[in-house]
Ligand binder design. Structure first.
Ligand SMILES: *[C@@H]1O[C@H](CO)[C@@H](O)[C@H](O)[C@H]1NC(C)=O
Ligand SMILES: *[C@@H]1O[C@H](CO)[C@@H](O)[C@H](O)[C@H]1NC(C)=O
Ligand SMILES: *[C@@H]1O[C@H](CO)[C@@H](O)[C@H](O)[C@H]1NC(C)=O
Ligand SMILES: *[C@@H]1O[C@H](CO)[C@@H](O)[C@H](O)[C@H]1NC(C)=O
Ligand SMILES: *[C@@H]1O[C@H](CO)[C@@H](O)[C@H](O)[C@H]1NC(C)=O
Length: 405
């Protein structure tokens, strides 16, 4: 139609400017219709992609969003039903009465998170190892992941082995393992003992990682974190080995510098030893603590908190943006060397969740003193997170990347 009118314009010289103008309008309308049809098809395509598995992660920032109360879909499992629940995280078991911390769904602004499907995850993990490496926050996330799949597997077809720093959960039928390796500073340190690591004088062996790395290098999906154990102004750095103290050189160095050196040792190892054709790599950003209630205008710390923080962009004084930037820098650098490590940017979304910590509702490994009992906030755990709860959402984010690879 447009072509015909166009021809008419060329032929009919006597029609003048008005005719030319009309045909231009017709042409534009046609163009508009074609564009509209094209766009509609495109958006239908996108809707379909959202409901199937083809979520376009590159086009959506999963970490920018809001919390939505949803007690229909959440929690994703029941605390008592998780065989491998930890007494450090079982808040309901240890007396917590307000359970709304279990009912929040994360809603990214630009897209929807795929619904967690344990069977689909186990299919993806068939003949593979998913290994979490890091500190007790990463263990928190590992326990959550185990709980998320646990009830979908008959008891005879799952197993748990704890051997020193390595904990292995197996879904036998799938030959899939979900593991946790304790290395709170990633490089070697005097806090490497999985049980007795509460050492006031912290020392890191900044260039040494192989003792840990040999346990996880063959993993197919590796999820790292390291943050909390670094929170002090200076660190003692060891050149030499812990075993031969006579040859060792110790030096106190500013923490941020040591953190960077440790992450460089880690990234060098990853670059050289990880099989980049089959390995998916993740780094979990800082897990925020809620130990200073004056940050949000509250009482003392997370003790007695039952609601989340609603102030958009809230950022606590315990979370060090400089450390996050060091991680970003190291990951960017790895990218230039051909290795893509996806950051699970959970810091901001977790900042809002001051009510989601165990507080006093967890097992106390040592009997409480009279002073502590009189002042409960003094022993509240405002670092870890109750399960079911926030780390389940971290795993939904991880899941989105794993099943959409
Ligand atoms: C992490 O997510 C927050 C919230 O969307 C954003 O402000 C921040 O820039 C992100 N950081 C990184 C390293 O992606
Ligand atoms: C969900 O929350 C609403 C509002 O708080 C409440 O009325 C309802 O009983 C809750 N449903 C369940 C299943 O807990
Ligand atoms: C979960 O995933 C399995 C395997 O991919 C699939 O057969 C099943 O339909 C999924 N369940 C739901 C509720 O989507
Ligand atoms: C079981 O999984 C491991 C990796 O976790 C793999 O090395 C091994 O080949 C798998 N076994 C079979 C029979 O596929
Ligand atoms: C524990 O790990 C060590 C070192 O990796 C290994 O030699 C040993 O066989 C393991 N023990 C068990 C019971 O799995």
């Amino acid at each position: 139609m447009a072509a015909k009118k166009h021809q008419a314009v060329v032929l009919g010289t006597s029609w003048g400017i008005r005719s030319r103008f009309r045909s231009l309008i017709a042409f534009l309308i046609t163009l508009l219709i074609i564009t509209a049809v094209y766009l509609t098809q495109d958006s239908i395509g996108r809707v379909l992609e959202d409901t199937t598995d083809g979520l376009q992660l590159s086009e959506c920032n999963l970490f920018s969003g809001k919390w939505v109360f949803d007690n229909q879909s959440y929690p994703l499992y029941k605390e008592q039903q998780c065989t491998f629940m930890s007494d450090q995280l079982a808040c309901e078991k240890f007396g917590r009465k307000d359970l709304s911390y279990q009912n929040w769904r994360w809603q990214p602004h630009q897209c929807n998170l795929p619904r967690f499907n344990a069977t689909a995850l186990l299919e993806t993990l068939r003949n593979r190892r998913l290994v979490f490496v890091g500190d007790s926050l990463n263990r928190n996330q590992w326990v959550s992941m185990v709980c998320l799949v646990d009830s979908w597997i008959p008891p005879k077809l799952r197993s748990m082995h704890n051997n020193d720093s390595l904990n292995i959960f197996k879904a036998i039928e799938y030959n899939a393992s979900i593991e946790f390796y304790w290395a709170p500073l990633l490089v070697e340190s005097n806090s490497d003992d999985p049980v007795n690591h509460r050492i006031p004088d912290r020392t890191v062996r900044i260039k040494a990682i192989e003792k840990h790395a040999r346990h996880w290098t063959g993993g197919d999906i590796l999820v790292f974190d390291s943050y909390l154990w670094w929170r002090r102004p200076r660190m003692k750095v060891l050149w030499g080995s812990f075993e031969s103290p006579d040859d060792a050189i110790y030096k106190e160095v500013e923490m941020l510098r040591v953190y960077e050196m440790a992450l460089r040792t880690w990234s060098d190892w990853v670059e050289v030893h990880v099989d980049r054709t089959k390995t998916q790599l993740f780094f979990v950003s800082m897990s925020p603590t809620h130990e200073r209630a004056k940050d949000w205008g509250g009482g003392e710390n997370c003790y007695k908190e039952t609601g989340k923080i609603s102030e958009e962009g809230y950022w606590g004084s315990d979370s060090d943006p400089k450390m996050m930037r060091v991680v970003e820098m190291v990951l960017d650098d790895l990218k230039t060397r051909g290795l893509n490590v996806q950051m699970l940017n959970i810091t901001q979304l977790s900042e809002y969740r001051k009510e989601a910590h165990p507080s006093i509702y967890r097992k106390q490994w040592e009997p409480l003193t009279k002073e502590q009992i009189e002042n409960p906030s003094s022993y509240a755990d405002c670092i870890h997170w109750c399960l079911p709860g926030l780390p389940d959402v971290w795993n939904e984010l991880l899941y989105a990347y794993i099943v959409n690879q």
